[in-house]
Write a protein that binds this ligand. Structure first.
Ligand code: PLP
Length: 382
C-alpha cells in the first residue's frame, strides 16, 4: 500500500476528499473498493432495502409522479416542497436564484455551501460553529450590524454536531431584511423530526417568504446514491429554482424507491430507535481515543449525533489516525479546524461483528504503537 496520505479537508476551504470517496482512498492505499470499510460519511449503515424496480421506472421520462409527491408530503408534513437530485443540487443552485447579498456561514460545516456562494462571488462571513453560545453571540452581532445578509445554518451541523433551537432560528429569520433569506440545511435531522423547522413553521399558514429548508433523503434512508433531496420554500423561490435546475431533475428509480420508503413508517420508527444506539456503540468503541489526551494535547468528543460522532484533536494526531486506519482499509474523515487542530468524524459502524472487531483491533494497535513510541522517547530522555 502506498505511503501517500489522504488530504485533509479544511472546514472552510475547498481542498480534500469528500466523505465516502472510497474509490480515491483505494487508489491511494490499495485494496479492493468492496473491502474498504467506510466510516467517513454520516449515512445510515443499515439502509432501507430497495426492492426489484419495475422496468417502467427506467423506461419513462421522469416527470414527477403524483404518488411520489403525495408520499413525500406525508413524510415531511409540509407541501411547499420541490424535489431535487440531492440537496447538493439545491446548494449549487441557490446562489444563482437568490439576491446577491453577503452570507453568514458556519466556520466549520459542509463545505459545499461555501464553495457555491464563493463561486457566485458573494461576500462570505463565517461564524464560529463548534459551541452554541459562541455561534449565537456571533450571529446576533452580525445581524445587529446589518440585516441585509443571508444566514445559513446546518442543523445539526455536520461535522461539529452544533444544533440550534427552532424558535431561535425563526427569530433570526424575522430580523432579516427584504430579500435576505435564512437557509437551514437539515440533512441530518430525520432521526429527530420534531427538531426540524418543518414541525415549527405554522401549518396552514403561508410559508415564510425568506425561509428555505433543505432535507436530504440519502442520509437517514442510507441511499445517497439515488440522489434525492427536497427544498421547502415559498412558491416564487421554488419556481425560480425549478426553472434554473431544468427538466427531469429526479430520476424515475429514485422517485419509485422514495415513494415506498416514505410510507414504511415501521422501518422509520425502528431506525429512530436503533440509530442513537448504534451511535453510542460507535462512541464506546472509540472511547480509547480519549486516553491519548495527555501526550498529544486534548482529544475530546465534540459530538455524538444519531448519524455520526466527531472528535477534536491535534491535526497531527488526526492525520496519523486517518493514515493508520486507511492502511487497514478503513476510511475516516479529517476536517481541519485551524492551523493546529482538526476534527475527526466517525460514521456509524454497521452491526456486523467482524467489522466492529476490525475497527476495535485497529484502534488498539494504533494506541499500542503510540504508547510504545512514548515509552522509547521517555527512556531516551530519561
Ligand atoms: C450538511 C450536508 N448537507 C447536504 C449534503 C448533501 O447531501 P445530498 O446527498 O442530499 O446531496 C451533505 C452531504 O454530506 C451534508 O453533509
Amino acid at each position: 500500500m502506498s505511503k501517500q496520505r489522504l488530504p485533509v479537508s479544511s472546514g472552510s476551504g475547498v481542498n480534500g476528499l469528500h466523505g465516502g470517496d472510497v474509490m480515491k482512498a483505494a487508489k491511494l492505499y490499495g485494496g479492493e473498493v468492496a473491502d474498504w470499510l467506510d466510516l467517513s460519511t454520516g449515512m445510515n449503515p443499515e439502509p432501507w432495502a430497495v426492492p426489484v424496480l419495475p422496468q417502467t421506472t427506467f423506461e419513462q421520462l421522469p416527470y414527477e409522479w403524483p404518488e411520489f409527491r403525495r408520499n413525500a408530503i406525508a413524510y415531511y408534513g409540509r407541501e411547499q416542497l420541490l424535489a431535487v437530485a440531492g440537496t447538493q443540487a439545491a446548494i449549487q443552485a441557490l446562489p444563482n436564484v437568490l439576491p446577491c447579498l453577503p452570507i453568514l456561514l458556519p466556520g466549520v460545516g459542509y463545505q459545499e455551501h461555501h464553495r457555491s456562494w464563493r463561486a457566485q462571488g458573494a461576500e462570505v462571513i463565517f461564524y464560529p460553529s463548534l459551541a452554541e453560545a459562541q455561534a449565537c453571540t456571533a450571529i446576533e452581532a452580525a445581524l445587529a450590524e446589518t440585516s441585509a445578509q443571508h444566514l445559513l445554518v446546518i442543523n445539526p451541523n455536520n461535522p461539529s454536531g452544533l444544533t440550534f433551537a427552532p424558535a431561535e432560528l425563526l427569530r433570526w429569520a424575522e430580523r432579516l431584511s427584504d430579500g435576505a433569506c435564512l437557509i437551514v440545511d437539515e440533512a441530518f435531522i430525520d432521526v429527530t423530526p420534531e427538531q426540524s423547522l418543518l414541525s415549527h413553521v405554522g401549518a396552514g399558514h403561508d410559508w415564510p417568504e425568506n425561509l428555505i429548508v433543505l432535507r436530504s433523503f440519502g442520509k437517514f434512508f442510507g441511499l445517497a446514491g439515488i440522489r434525492l433531496g427536497f427544498v421547502f420554500a415559498a412558491s416564487a423561490l421554488r419556481e425560480a429554482l425549478e426553472r434554473w435546475l431544468g427538466l427531469w431533475g429526479v430520476n424515475g428509480p429514485a422517485q419509485y424507491v422514495a415513494s415506498l420508503a416514505f410510507t414504511d413508517s415501521g422501518w422509520q420508527q425502528q431506525q429512530r430507535r436503533l440509530l442513537p444506539q448504534a451511535s453510542s456503540a460507535t462512541r464506546a468503541l472509540f472511547e480509547p481515543l480519549l486516553s491519548l489526551s495527555n501526550d498529544y494535547g486534548e482529544v475530546r468528543l465534540q459530538a455524538e449525533k444519531p448519524l455520526f460522532n466527531s472528535y477534536v484533536m491535534s491535526s497531527e494526531l488526526a492525520l496519523e489516525l486517518q493514515d493508520f486506519f486507511a492502511k487497514q482499509a478503513i476510511l475516516l474523515r479529517v476536517v481541519a479546524l485551524d492551523n493546529q487542530r482538526s476534527l475527526l468524524r466517525v460514521g456509524l459502524l454497521p452491526s456486523c461483528v467482524q467489522r466492529q472487531r476490525r475497527v476495535r483491533d485497529t484502534l488498539a494497535a494504533f494506541i499500542a504503537r503510540k504508547n510504545k513510541i512514548d515509552d522509547i522517547a521517555h527512556r531516551v530522555i530519561g
